[in-house]
Design a protein around this ligand. Structure first.
Ligand code: CMP
Length: 138
């Protein structure tokens, strides 16, 4: 089933000029890019985006990192896009990520892990709506 997911190229990857390589890989793997924006989240916007993690010990550090510089948000479309993008990203912790995944190749740590992807259809709907209006998705 054709599905959409939200991807983020996180500030650590944008800062190191890895966006082009990551976007190339996204296209090579057969995703359609339905929308894309460069953003710089405020702390409050990062806290809203990651609200589900607010009780976690890493929440403050994570939201500070995510608001520390520009990031790129994308809506990706493909068959089974949510799982397909999470597989391409690899494990959250780059030390555990498989060879050839985005996080194995580009992440610096479990927090500065280069990319984000929605984890379920409901999350994808919320996360896409967080950055894009319906009119942006073409
Ligand atoms: P992401 O896929 O964006 O979802 C939540 C983020 O929290 C995750 O990637 C990491 O950047 C971060 N994260 C998850 N677990 C930890 C952890 N144990 N320590 C620090 N950051 C974490």
């Amino acid at each position: 089933m054709t599905e959409r997911t939200l991807a983020i190229i996180k500030p650590d990857a944008v800062e190191r000029h890895l966006a082009g390589k990551i976007i190339q890989r996204i296209e090579d793997e057969g995703f359609q890019i339905r929308a894309m924006r460069r953003i710089h989240l405020s702390a409050a916007q990062a806290e809203g985006f990651y609200a589900v993690h607010r009780a976690r010990p890493f929440f403050t550090s994570l939201t500070q990192f995510m608001s520390s510089g520009p990031a790129i948000v994308l809506v990706l479309e493909a068959a089974d896009a949510i799982k397909k993008w999470r597989t391409l990203m690899g494990a959250t912790d780059p030390a555990k990520a498989d060879a050839g995944t985005m996080r194995k190749e580009f992440a610096q740590s479990i927090e500065r892990n280069a990319t984000h992807g929605s984890d379920a259809p409901e999350t994808a709907a919320y996360e896409i709506g967080y950055f894009f209006a319906g009119i942006d998705l073409i």
